[in-house]
Design a protein around this ligand. Sequence first.
Ligand SMILES: [Zn+2]
Length: 431
Amino acid sequence: MRLLALLLALVCVCCLPRAEAGHLPLVYHQVGGGGGVTLGLDVATLRRRVETLRAAGYLFVTSSEALRFPASARTASLRFDDGFESVYTLAFPVLRDLGVAGTVYPIWERVGQPGYLTAAQLEELRGAGWEVGSHTRTHAALVDLTPPSLTRELAWPAGAAPAGGCLAYPFYLQDARVRRHARAGYACAVAGTFGVSGEAHALPGPLASPWDDWLLPWRAPLGADLRVPALLAGAGLGALGSQDAPVAVPPLWNPAAHELLGSGAFSLSWEGGVRDTRFLWRQGGWVLGLNLLRGGASYSGGTLAYHVGGPLTVAGGYGSAGPLGAVALALGGYGEVWARALPGSLTLGAEVLPLDYLRVRAEYDVVTRLGRAEGSYALPLRPGEGRPLRATLGYDGTPYAGVALRVGAHTAALTTRLDRPAFGVRVQAVW
Ligand SMILES: [Zn+2]
């Protein structure tokens, strides 16, 4: 129960940097689809949003202008991802009327395609004070790409690179490798819900909600979006249950994870009656981790990792199985190798991306002789949607296979044992 309270407190702390920052980004895509949701904002709602926030004292700025305001200033920005033509035909006239400039993040490959903005429309928006950022070349999930492909995806097209332009990560997905690439070519980059306080390349991008007519004045000052209650519910579910079961050596995770981590992650998985909950929260070079096992085995522990610089991350922590220490080394943008020691366990592991869309993990405990090897591949389906379907094959004493479906920054996965009927499920959210 104390851990549950700690988890809840942490989730709340995550929200605070946004509230302190005073900047409220509103993330939309298409305009004119009816309703006030992120994917189909109608123009009357758009007008109301601006008027509501102005009445609450907000000044409308573009994505990179927001960086120039002090933390105490109340600023808001309207961000339109993907570069739909309706941003020009429907949103632009309303916002011009209101004297507000938005920020549009086009997918460069789609500029000039039916339904998308043309180069001339982008130019006209820019001339009217709008900011034109980048939503990458093809809208790939950047965390699935190797360094050469990251360079290609993040390159500004010829003539389109304004000084101080910003990047919107597709699906809000980023990791330390992606952030390094973004820092090389962009003044700022927008990530998922919470972002990281003071980090221009992990700015928050909270989701709009269908109930923002009455919710926005409440959630704006708090900096919260609908993922906060979902996260609280998940954290509560993970911590529920008796801790009377025998204490287990914690699963083979990497406490010094940094290279393949965005701004935070939450995952909850069930297999064989055991519930495995993990929470990671990054603030600058620090990563706080919480791990809970409930069911047939019990473990509760926390870790603190620090990215020393270059490829090196170190971590220490304490849990039901005693103290632990860990170290991870990044592999030049292709992943990381790590080692973890705790009483009765010494684990060596690696997680690498040898090719685009292929992720290989291996872990082995030299004391308990337990290990796992797993390969997962994002199938070449719906490439513009970042290949959301992934197939996994692995071996951890018995063979298993799985599929995972990603929607935005959320993933649901199903695993089955290949030698006997047994299933596992996992849900994960990253930001
Ligand atoms: Zn997008």
